[in-house]
Design a protein around this ligand. Structure first.
Ligand code: SF4
Length: 344
């Protein structure tokens, strides 16, 4: 029988573990220290717990850490790692070095239910939610773990569709008993789920990025089926009611598709719907995926779009494309790996 995993448990869950195992309450904090502040690889290394306590723990638990199974390395230094999760599924994790920053882009689900038409992960369909252990293992088992300065939940899956495990992982990342990161080093990206976004905004202080891609309802519906159940207007209303202090950032992601969402009418409507929200727009060049008719517009169009939004008073930046030579679009690598499995 597989043992339960200790890594990825919150302090409250570790207290329950110690209670069940008949260990003293204070040992939960000691275990958290070993898990999140020291780099141990087995329960046996928790040397301030008695031998007996370690034996009791090892009988039922292991750490639950696992190395990536594959890596693709880009000429720009970006690395895309493949992790095995949920027994036979694969997820992607990107390591993106950039001057004095080093960002990890992590996945929250295997596959995704949201079905955004421009996304390779969306085409995989949903294969399962990652546990907090599987979410944070991508961070802890990354070979560049010690270099990391920032974390973004922008990999495979919709984080708010796995809100319980994502909130647990954020608690571990930002608590003093956990990794103790400032929440301003972490950004969670979502298509905007009206039933969960309030929870995320209330329970964390992490940055929020909302995938917008079109300010027009009907057009957004065609790109992102979520617009059928969570209108962007409803999401913006929730954001307007939230007290964002100076530290916390809200941004909107906007993938530009040639001849579709890159017109003056889009600029005007974006300025209208975002009026009153202190935010920035991140323009993203579309990374082509197999079988897609979408194209990225010329560089000139991208720059003009950005400048027009800046003129409207919305701080707008163009996100640098990274890892294009290793299939920058999220979901490509894992799809290849999954297909290999099918052919075996
Ligand atoms: S873009 Fe994000 S939310 Fe949409 S299908 Fe892809 S992974 Fe899911």
């Amino acid at each position: 029988m597989r043992k339960e995993r200790l890594f990825g448990k919150t302090l409250n869950e570790l207290i329950a573990v110690t209670k069940n195992a008949g260990l003293p309450g204070y040992s939960a904090k000691q275990i958290a220290d070993w898990l999140y502040k020291k780099e141990i690889s087995s329960v046996n290394e928790m040397t301030n717990l008695s031998k007996k306590m370690r034996e009791i723990l090892s009988d039922n638990y292991d750490l639950g850490l696992s190395d990536p199974v594959n890596v693709a390395v880009s000429s720009d230094g970006t690395r895309k790692y493949l992790y095995n999760v949920l027994n036979d599924k694969y997820i992607e994790t990107a390591y993106i070095p950039d001057h004095n920053r080093a960002t990890i882009c992590i996945s929250s689900q295997a596959g995704c239910k949201m079905g955004c038409v421009f996304c390779m992960t969306g085409k995989q369909g949903f294969q399962g939610n990652l546990s907090s252990n599987e979410i944070l293992n991508q961070f802890r088992s990354l070979p560049e773990f010690r270099k990391l300065t920032n974390m973004v939940y922008m990999g495979m899956g919709e984080p708010l569709d796995n809100i319980t495990e994502v909130l647990k992982s954020l608690e571990i990342m930002t608590s003093t008993w956990g990794y103790g990161w400032s929440p301003t080093r972490i950004t969670v990206s979502t298509v905007g789920l009206k039933n969960h976004i309030g929870d995320f905004l209330e329970k964390t202080r992490c940055h929020l990025a909302v995938s917008l891609h079109s300010p027009f309802d009907e057009e957004r519906k065609k790109l992102m089926p979520v617009q059928n159940t969570s209108l962007i207007k409803e999401i913006l209303d929730i954001i307007r009611k939230t007290d964002f202090n100076n530290q916390r950032r809200i941004s909107f992601e906007y993938i530009l598709f040639d001849g579709m969402n890159d017109t003056p009418a889009h600029i005007k409507e974006l300025a209208r719907i975002l009026n009153g929200i202190k935010c920035r727009i991140n323009i993203i060049r579309f990374h082509h995926i197999p079988g897609s008719e979408f194209r990225s517009p010329d560089n000139k169009v991208v720059i003009e779009f950005k400048e027009a939004l800046n003129k409207k008073g919305i701080l707008t930046t163009i996100r640098a494309s990274r890892g294009e030579d290793i299939g920058a679009a999220c979901g490509l690598l894992s799809t290849l790996e999954q297909n290999k499995g099918v052919q075996k």
